[in-house]
Design a protein around this ligand. Structure first.
Ligand SMILES: [Zn+2]
Length: 214
């Protein structure tokens, strides 16, 4: 994992740790209960997919059906909590500049590119990014795969109109925009800088993300 330590102290005087996520790749990191972290859209118009497992039991992961049931909707907003399959909060979204996130549409996988876009095998994708990144933090491929089934789309700009039709447009984020989260339990979190360039998902141009551990 590439870890870059910031030279900019926080207001509390501590130096936050930064993790650069290259365009099209994923990275995972550990957070403690109560710890905040930011997902920063370095260049703007980029979706970050996020999944997480409990640090103490990797078979416990964000589970979107129970999260949507608790929220009463598919959109994910300020103050909302992502729940695990054991129905306890694992991560809360505290603040972000655009307010467009989603728990419904899932993440891209190798078949998104091979089937939907008729591309040859080997295209990077969020599912494989999650498995690679979580494996680097000691999460088994089987547990990582379960977590990847429940990836949240941060900054995605896909909306439903009054007829229930979906419309995907470029994210509204500008360079440097950040979503801030709080971990509610000790967790291993994975973030993928979505590699999809074939739609408006990432403004047609996948770019890097940055994680800042506060
Ligand atoms: Zn993706």
């Amino acid at each position: 994992m590439v870890r870059i330590v910031s030279s900019t102290p926080t207001s509390g005087g501590e130096v936050p740790e930064q993790i650069d996520v290259p365009a099209g790749y994923g990275r995972a990191f550990r957070v403690r209960a109560g710890q905040q972290f930011e997902i920063i859209d370095v260049e703007g118009e980029q979706v970050a997919d996020l999944c997480a497992v409990a640090a103490e039991s990797h078979d416990e992961h964000i589970f979107l059906p129970v999260t949507r049931l608790a929220l009463g909707r598919a959109e994910f907003r300020h103050g909302d909590v992502l729940l695990t399959d054991r129905r306890r909060g694992i991560v809360r979204l505290d603040d972000d500049p655009v307010g467009t996130h989603d728990t419904l549409f899932g993440i891209c996988d190798r078949y998104r590119y091979e089937v939907d876009f008729a591309l040859p095998p080997g295209h990077r994708n969020c599912r494989d990014n999650f498995v690679e990144a979580l494996s680097a933090e000691g999460v088994s491929p089987a547990h990582a795969d379960l977590a990847a089934d429940n990836g949240v789309n941060i900054f995605i700009n896909q909306r439903r109109d009054e007829q229930g039709e979906f419309h995907l447009e470029a994210p509204l984020t500008r360079p440097g925009d950040a979503a801030r989260f709080t971990a509610l339990i000790d967790a291993v979190v994975a973030v993928s800088a979505c590699p999809e360039s074939q739609s408006a998902c990432n403004g047609g141009r996948p770019t890097p993300m940055r994680i800042r551990l506060l």
